[in-house]
Write a protein that binds this ligand. Structure first.
Ligand code: SAM
Ligand code: FES
Length: 354
């Protein structure tokens, strides 16, 4: 028997047997973080992840195609009001060249991520998506373009986009409002996620761990949201301050809490696609390995041209900004092998659990 309090053991058992937890139970789990609880949860999360995915780690090639953004999220290094950010936008040809390089390196998913850049109209974006899908029919395209209209999401889906990542950032409205300017709306973001699901995308939500103002109660709402919305993916990584934002002196999120939450999310949703993020690798040299060993099953090496990487700096000291795509791919393959896992080169779709 372990040394955990009986309530902790009861909650962990409940999670393991796929029972729903109340908000106060999720908050209890978070407030009572301990190394022992983290180890136990990680062990259970890894066993579950192995049942669905064996020792495979899915890779996604990340193409950060524009750092121009009309939004002003208070925590984000590429927010519109950061006048010290050198802006760039990749051309369609640049994006195709990244895919070409990625395909040769074995990538079968391309993630196009960027700020909310008005240049990328539906017409332009749909053309890019269908060009990628026509050139590489065996690949999945994931979009992460922020909030757009239902019609836009629909057109992009018809053009061939398979997946969409839109972190909800926090499932607590007041917390959301404290992190964003008043032009941005919590209900709009949540509604976008619902629409994306309705349109048949594999949908990813997510949040930063340790974002300013986050509490066990707001995190409990995030976990409840994952439980009820049932996303196919969930991107969580530590918040890391950026020097050109008002949160420059705020404390970053921790590896420990991020890994603890990765394990809990794996137990809530056994076959969910769960990345060990670059932010996790930024706050700890072995962050991504620790993420996988806590139940994550995806990594997202960077495929952006080296010339722009430093400019897509969402937070300070982001890793992998000087490496070529091939180096990033090899480095991650080695890292995964060192912990007994193996990078696989297929699309890596969500596995339905029921
Ligand atoms: N514009 C798209 C959107 O809003 O979904 C995609 C790009 S946005 C930069 C991608 C994610 O980066 C955000 O959802 C946010 O969670 C994360 N991010 C932004 N600033 C961050 C920071 N300082 N630390 C950690 N993650 C951050
Ligand atoms: Fe738009 Fe960060 S504020 S991507």
């Amino acid at each position: 028997m372990n040394n955990l309090a009986p309530t902790m053991n009861m909650l962990i058992e409940k999670l393991e047997s796929h029972h729903s937890l109340s908000l106060s139970q999720y908050a209890f789990l978070i407030r009572h973080y301990s190394e022992e609880a983290a180890l136990l949860l990680a062990e259970k999360a890894v066993a579950l992840r192995k049942r669905f995915y064996g020792n495979a780690v899915y890779v996604r090639g990340l193409i950060e195609f524009s750092n121009i953004c009309k939004n002003d999220c208070f925590y984000c290094g590429i927010r519109k009001s950061n006048s010290n950010c050198q802006r760039y936008r990749l051309s369609e040809e640049d994006i195709m060249a990244c895919c070409h390089e990625g395909y040769e390196l074995g990538f079968r998913t391309f993630v196009l991520q960027g700020g909310e850049d008005g240049y990328f109209t539906d017409e332009i974006m749909c053309r890019i998506v269908s060009r990628i899908k026509n050139t590489y029919p065996d690949c999945a395209v994931t979009l992460s373009l922020g909030e757009r209209s239902y019609e836009s999401y629909k057109a992009l889906r018809s053009a061939g986009a398979d997946r969409y990542l839109l972190r909800h950032e926090t499932a607590d409205q007041a917390h959301y409002e404290s992190l964003h300017p008043k032009e941005m709306s919590f209900s709009h973001r949540m509604n976008c996620l619902k629409q994306l699901k309705e349109l048949g995308y594999q949908v990813g939500c997510g949040f930063m761990v340790g974002s300013p103002g986050q509490t066990p109660q707001t995190l409990a709402k995030d976990l409840k949201f994952v439980e009820t919305f049932r996303p196919h993916m969930c991107g969580i990584g530590p918040f890391i301050p950026h020097q050109e934002t008002i949160y420059r002196d705020a404390a970053p999120g921790t590896v420990e809490m991020t890994c603890y939450l990765l394990s809990i999310i794996r137990l809530i949703s056994p076959s969910i696609l769960l990345p060990a993020t670059t932010a996790l690798g930024t706050i700890h040299p072995l962050g991504r390995e620790k993420g996988i060993l806590s139940g994550a099953n995806v990594v997202m090496p960077n495929l952006s041209p080296v010339s722009v990487r430093k400019k897509y700096e969402l937070y300070d000291n982001k890793i992998c900004t000087g490496d070529e795509s091939a180096q990033c791919r090899q480095c991650l393959a080695r890292r995964m092998e060192s912990i007994g896992y193996e990078i696989v080169t297929h699309r890596g779709d969500y596995i339905k659990q029921d």
